[in-house]
Ligand binder design. Sequence first.
Ligand SMILES: Nc1ncnc2c1ncn2[C@@H]1O[C@H](COP(=O)(O)OP(=O)(O)OP(=O)(O)O)[C@@H](O)[C@H]1O
Ligand SMILES: [Mg+2]
Length: 325
Amino acid sequence: MMADRTDATKLVEIKKVSKYFKVSEGTLKAVNEVNIDIYRGETLGLVGESGCGKSTFGKTLIGIYHPTKGTIIYHTADGKPMEINKKTLFSYSKMAQIIFQDPYSSLDPRMTVADIIEEGMIIHKMYDRKKRRERVYELLELVGLNKEHANRFAHEFSGGQRQRIGIARALAIEPEFIVCDEPISALDVSIQSQIINLLHDLQKKLNLTYLFIAHDLNIVKYISDRIAVMYLGNIVELATSKELYGNTLHPYSQALLSAVPIPDPDKEAQKQRQILTGDVPSPINTPKGCPFAGRCPYVMDICRQEKPVLEMKQGHLVACHKVTK
Ligand SMILES: Nc1ncnc2c1ncn2[C@@H]1O[C@H](COP(=O)(O)OP(=O)(O)OP(=O)(O)O)[C@@H](O)[C@H]1O
Ligand SMILES: [Mg+2]
């Protein structure tokens, strides 16, 4: 985690990025005009309900999807801004990597661990055969496995071990930026914290920047410097972890937070719960106005007319008509 944000430099600039999918019923706006800067060395948490667009956003950021609108600019280590497009995608793919949610489906069970980890190095023409093998051994040690694992197949490993292999694969080409897409959601609770601690240690050791996607607000709080809250493809609030938990402004963030259990049973019993009413609306052919209007307990006329912009109010960024400056 970043100790001091005052000298923070931008690593990824996301400018009005949207990702739409054409579906039979119309246009599905999975990601809608997202504007965020990600700073070098930080962990930016991204939270929101299932289907709100987190994975689509993560995949767009690392170039698996091309944005329907908007631009992504990556600031390389030598300080040059590079726009992500067809021409730059290959060199960008060496700097930005992803760790997937499900370590069962994301690793080819017929490949050996060494083949899986080496693949990126071969694509990027890194090192000769011998040196690549040494790197595989180094990477296995780095993620808490060992060289005896190299010639075994992915299906021989437990979930936690597979996720370690997935992390080694992502690290093999020495990226700077990693999208961690719910990297522990599919794992047993007992090993979740091991993987979180590993990611945390690797970040410090290798000076990595993370976009950390999660459902569980407790986990993001622990690992993130800042947190972005997403609703129907839109960022509705963005603040440092401390600010977001101490001064929650958006009614949707308040609802998400009130769903997180407090460890103290007395406090938990007294807590005011704000239950979300209504279903998550469809991201297809969305109505105008605030995306949260249909479920918001404080909805006003203007909310159904005008979409609120993400702007600085009461110390951090929030998109809500109800919140005063
Ligand atoms: N390839 C695709 N084609 C059409 N629609 C898609 C595609 N990928 C995602 N979607 C839709 O885009 C929306 C966002 O999906 P996405 O997987 O990004 O959500 P998510 O926040 O990652 O959800 P979860 O928490 O369940 O992983 C959903 O409505 C989903 O059905
Ligand atoms: Mg997802």
